[in-house]
Design a protein around this ligand. Structure first.
Ligand SMILES: Cc1cc2nc3c(=O)[nH]c(=O)nc-3n(C[C@H](O)[C@H](O)[C@H](O)COP(=O)(O)OP(=O)(O)OC[C@H]3O[C@@H](n4cnc5c(N)ncnc54)[C@H](O)[C@@H]3O)c2cc1C
Length: 247
């Protein structure tokens, strides 16, 4: 029997009776869509969730994430659904087409995510974290950074994280000591230790973009004056070749 990941009637009620999502179709932003398309997205998410993602849920727990010979290996069963999510650009449902997205309303994307996350939350943390890192670049990054990172982060081809916590800086993130030192070429060398980083290493994506909270040399103490640098997976944090501060 197919798993009942969420209540379809409940989703339809929230979308069309409570939020009256079909009224969005009158707006310029969503006039290229119709209700049938909204329904199709949710239905396809359900299919993907039931057929491809849910079967990995128990398997994922059984196999677990392994750390061997200095490398992290995620359960092999996650590879196919991850690829299907990236190919279908499911991570970018609400984003602009320029960056691999479909420009759908947030409410429709949430309905789709209800199924996908319900099928295996662990699996979905990979595209969701990549999307989060992308969103930060979208909102605060330069045009060049958007061009470099957005499409791959939004569609899940690259993974993303958020490096804030340190052994001596949790809730009090302003106590962090990771530092960023400007080099002659305008990039930054980052030095420090981060802990508890969700998906900080994995072998699902060809790259992982780490937004790193670090104090620029000479910045005042406390939570002010932290730029967020972008660092790729390869190489040590010390000499991240793409490290650049964001405003
Ligand atoms: C599942 C998981 C995933 C995580 N993923 C990430 C990640 O991706 N990136 C990242 O940077 N970090 C991540 N973290 C770390 C998370 O952000 C920290 O755990 C969090 O900031 C708390 O810090 P801490 O664990 O050092 O606890 P502390 O800050 O040491 O807190 C310990 C206890 O003291 C309490 N406390 C703290 N300060 C005060 C205060 N001023 N007054 C009263 N009580 C206080 C807290 O409520 C808590 O009960 C993750 C943590 C978890 C559990």
């Amino acid at each position: 029997m197919a798993p009942r990941l969420t209540d379809q009637r409940d989703i339809e009620f929230v979308l069309y009776e409570q939020f009256k999502v079909d009224a969005f179709l009158q707006s310029d932003k969503y006039k290229a869509f119709n209700k049938k398309m909204f329904d199709m997205v949710v239905k396809e998410a359900k299919n993907l969730a039931v057929k491809e993602i849910f079967p990995t849920y128990a398997e994922c727990d059984r196999e677990g994430v392994k750390f061997e010979n200095g490398a992290v290996r995620v359960p092999e069963c996650l590879r196919k659904p991850h690829q299907l999510l990236a190919e279908g650009e499911w991570g970018a449902l609400t984003e602009s087409q320029e960056y691999g997205g479909q420009g759908l309303p947030f409410t429709i994307a949430q309905a789709a995510l209800e199924y996908l996350i319900g099928a295996n939350y662990i699996m979905m943390t990979y595209p969701i974290l990549g999307h989060g890192a992308g969103k930060m670049i979208d909102l605060f990054g330069t045009e060049k950074q958007k061009e470099l990172f957005l499409k791959k982060l939004y569609t899940g081809i690259w993974g993303g994280t958020m490096l804030l916590t340190e052994p001596g800086a949790g809730s009090d993130v302003g106590a962090l000591t990771t530092s960023a030192k400007k080099r002659d070429d305008g990039l930054y060398d980052i030095t420090g230790s981060k802990i508890f980083i969700t998906n900080g290493e994995q072998n699902l994506t060809e790259n992982i973009i780490h937004p790193v909270l670090a104090r620029i040399e000479g910045a005042p103490a406390g939570p002010r004056g932290f730029p967020c640098s972008l660092s790729p997976r390869s190489g040590s944090m010390k000499t991240a070749p793409w490290a650049r501060p964001m405003t």
